[in-house]
Design a protein around this ligand. Sequence first.
Ligand code: DGL
Length: 272
Amino acid sequence: MLLTNSLEIKSYPVVFFDSGVGGLSYLARAKEKLPDERFVYIADTKNYPYGDKSSQEIREAVLGVITRVFQKINMKCMVIACNTASVVALDDLRKRFSLPFIGVVPAIKPAAAYSEKKKIAVLATLRTVKDQYLHHLIADFAGGCDVTVVPAGDIRDIVEKRYFTATIEEKEALLKETVKKLKNRDIDAVVLGCTHFLFLEKEFKEILGNTISVIDSREGVINQLIHILQKQDIAAQSLSGSNECYITGNNDSTARYTRFCKEFGLSFSGII
Ligand code: DGL
């Protein structure tokens, strides 16, 4: 798709993509900062969870779904609001499609800059934790830090599958199990390196207490989005329609997504 700076392109939506609901936490921030933009959210529920799959499987899923989305939706820019998909497939997406892509990767750089003790932790999916991309980020931006890396796929799952039905006690018990792994590490910053974890940000903060900061990449990602819209002269001039959400399959997701959409001010448009 060729981008020209016509009025039509300015009215196209910014698409946010994740394997599930996690990216809604980024979209919510974008909506606050960019009230004139129209957003479309795509959750690849059919292939969820990405984080337990091999890199090759994730790459195939992401490229397959995004190719289909491209055939159906005109868009001006895409935010891959998923750390796992970004670390694995962002390069391939940029090679295949001539569209600006913004990735979401664990906020190692801000955490390393923030940490006075130079001891930080990163919570993410198993695939992100294993991926070379994360280890390069750590080497490049947190070279002087002691970095504890913890996979936490069970936290992702409670957000995706049981956010509305699990009790607060269940959610907190799960977070405490993970936080236990950080005991005696003397850290002062924890990076939430999976977009799903942002749904439990408040609970994380309560459990970690005042001496440990919880850090994510929302601000950097949304600033990058604003920068691209301005630089390419494709920012919307006024809101051109409602914000929508699609899933890729898996019928048991419909009721949950209808509810998530209501909470985030999107209309649920079914399967793409
Ligand atoms: N939300 C995704 C992330 O930020 C992970 C979800 C999954 O494992 O599918 O990594």
